[in-house]
Design a protein around this ligand. Structure first.
Ligand code: CA
Length: 516
């Protein structure tokens, strides 16, 4: 079901046929360089310009590969990495954060597994254009929204075919967070681009996720500010109410939605010393209620889901957060010390200044955002950038398969936001089990294992579904430390959830079952 640009594809590389005939070791550096360069010189496709082609020798962390950089009319940049020892598949990666550069890290992961891989810059060079690239520039916003990902996917597919003289047998899009918005865009708008899509923690309705950022920032400003030193007291109160709801006192809250945690009832109110780490003022409790309940306008309409409980305790953070050790997922994504700006607010500020409204205002003051009137003013931005269309019937009809998962203790994007999307798709398509599976993973933070068991062989699972027709059901997740499994848990297709059977080793998934 892969697409092609329909351009003139060079097939002059048949003599090398790396992955089918000749072992990599028999190809000389000169032959490899010639093959890599000839793609650039001979490939033609409307609107696509290949700018450079370089052979990268095998290193400690990468196999030998041909690295192609190209542009697509006008501002879209893309990169394709073509391993000499190819597994016959295409693995496109999504972007991170605000985009504007290739996702080197994830391309590296794909390359080490011998996939041909590609990344787009989403139509702008972040190092040159900064976060103001969309300033009164609709075309840039469309590139970022969906066009750059789609056109880069098509260009990469055709470059792969030109280089290897055969198309990729299967194509996958693999991404989390901001990149998972691109993944859902592909399923919604370009259902023939990929055979398999694996996505996690999507920022799919990006206008709403930024609105959620503003809501958090407003709640925790002024008298609502809470110093992160109070997090242990908050975590203790939450876990006291809810840790054993799943039958096991294990530091993981498996079903946050069944937890009844009421800040005004379960937290200690400060009487004499509001700076004490053990208590909360009335204003701080009101801020917590607002954040746990979610975004509301003045009429009380529900605009965005609230933060599920279970992310307050310290857990493992992803390496890119550059922390010294375990931290609460509320650090930085919820609470910051007085005088600091949380990262989500910096993202939201840029978005409101240059992307959100029909006429951009670089001086836009985020504190003026009106939750009654301003969501409507983002309608056009939403049409372009929100990957929230629940109608996946074309993706289903084309035979695509999609696995979507979300860690329950994610504080960058609440898992409830994914639940809402999945349920909307179910409403449109009925039973999704032949093409779309959704999993919630208890205890995981955004992009890290947090306090839970989150290691699941997701990639093998989507490949087995696409290539062998084995639809995934119950899965097993492990929590690993220093190469050893500390404990394992059942991961269940939504709406099922894992529950302790009541006896047996609590560290083994065998003693858990998926229940309604
Ligand atoms: Ca528990």
């Amino acid at each position: 079901m892969r697409s092609s640009l329909g351009g003139s594809i060079n097939s002059g590389l048949a003599s090398l046929l790396f992955f089918t005939l000749a072992p990599a070791a028999e190809i000389s550096d000169t032959e490899l360089a010639t093959a890599c360069h000839s793609v650039m010189h001979e490939y033609t496709s409307p609107g696509v310009t290949l700018v450079s082609a370089k052979v990268i020798a095998a290193g400690q962390r990468n196999p030998a590969y041909c690295k192609i950089f190209g542009t697509i009319t006008i501002d879209i940049g893309f990169e394709v990495r073509l391993p000499v020892d190819w597994n016959g598949r295409f693995y496109m990666v999504g972007n991170e954060g605000s985009g504007g550069r290739f996702n080197e890290r994830n391309m590296g992961t794909a390359l080490r597994m011998n996939y041909a891989t590609a990344s787009t810059d989403q139509g702008y060079d972040g190092a040159v254009e900064g976060d103001s690239y969309g300033y009164n520039n609709r075309q840039k916003v469309i590139d970022y929204g969906f066009r750059a990902t789609h056109l880069s996917a098509l260009a990469a597919e055709s470059v792969i075919e030109a280089y290897y003289d055969t198309p990729a047998a299967y194509s996958y899009f693999v991404a989390g967070s901001a990149g998972a918005r691109q993944a859902l865009m592909e399923a919604q708008r370009f259902p023939d681009d990929f055979d398999g899509i694996l996505l996690s923690a999507p920022v799919h309705n990006i206008t709403k996720v930024h609105m959620w950022g503003l809501w958090k920032a407003k709640a925790f400003s002024g008298t609502g500010h809470i110093d992160p030193a109070k997090l242990p007291a908050l975590a203790k109160a939450v876990y006291k109410e809810c840790d054993d709801d799943d039958g096991v006192l294990d530091g993981v809250i498996s079903d946050p939605l069944s937890c009844r945690f009421e800040p005004d009832e379960h937290l200690q109110l400060c009487e004499d010393s509001p700076t004490s780490p053990d208590c909360f003022t009335a204003a701080q409790i009101a801020a917590l209620v607002a954040v746990y309940n979610g975004v509301r306008n003045s009429k009380g309409d529900d605009l965005f889901a609230g933060q599920p409980v279970g992310a307050e305790a310290r857990g493992d953070m992803p390496p890119w957060m550059r922390t010294d050790g375990p931290e609460s997922a509320w650090n930085d994504w919820m609470l910051v010390p007085a005088g600091e700006t949380p990262r989500y607010l910096n993202f939201a500020k840029s978005f409101l200044r240059y992307m959100a409204f029909d006429i951009d205002n670089p001086d836009y003051d985020w504190t003026t955002f009106d939750f009654d009137s301003d969501p409507l003013l983002m309608a056009k931005a939403s049409d372009i950038m929100d990957a929230d269309d629940p109608d996946l019937r074309q993706f289903q009809a084309s035979g695509g398969k999609m696995i979507h998962y979300h860690h329950w203790a994610d504080t960058a994007v609440p898992a409830t936001n994914s639940i809402e999307y999945f349920e909307q798709v179910q409403e449109v398509t009925g039973n999704t089990s032949d093409f779309y599976k959704f999993y919630l993973v208890p205890g995981g933070f955004h992009g890290s294992q947090g306090v839970g068991a989150t290691h699941v062989s997701w990639l093998d699972t989507i490949i087995d579904w696409v290539e062998n027709g084995n639809a995934p059901g119950e899965l097993v997740a492990t929590r690993d430390k220093d190469g050893e499994t500390v404990f394992s848990r059942k991961i269940c297709p939504y709406p099922l959830r894992g529950s302790y059977k009541g006896s047996g080793d609590e560290t083994s998934a065998d003693n858990f079952e998926c229940v309604q």
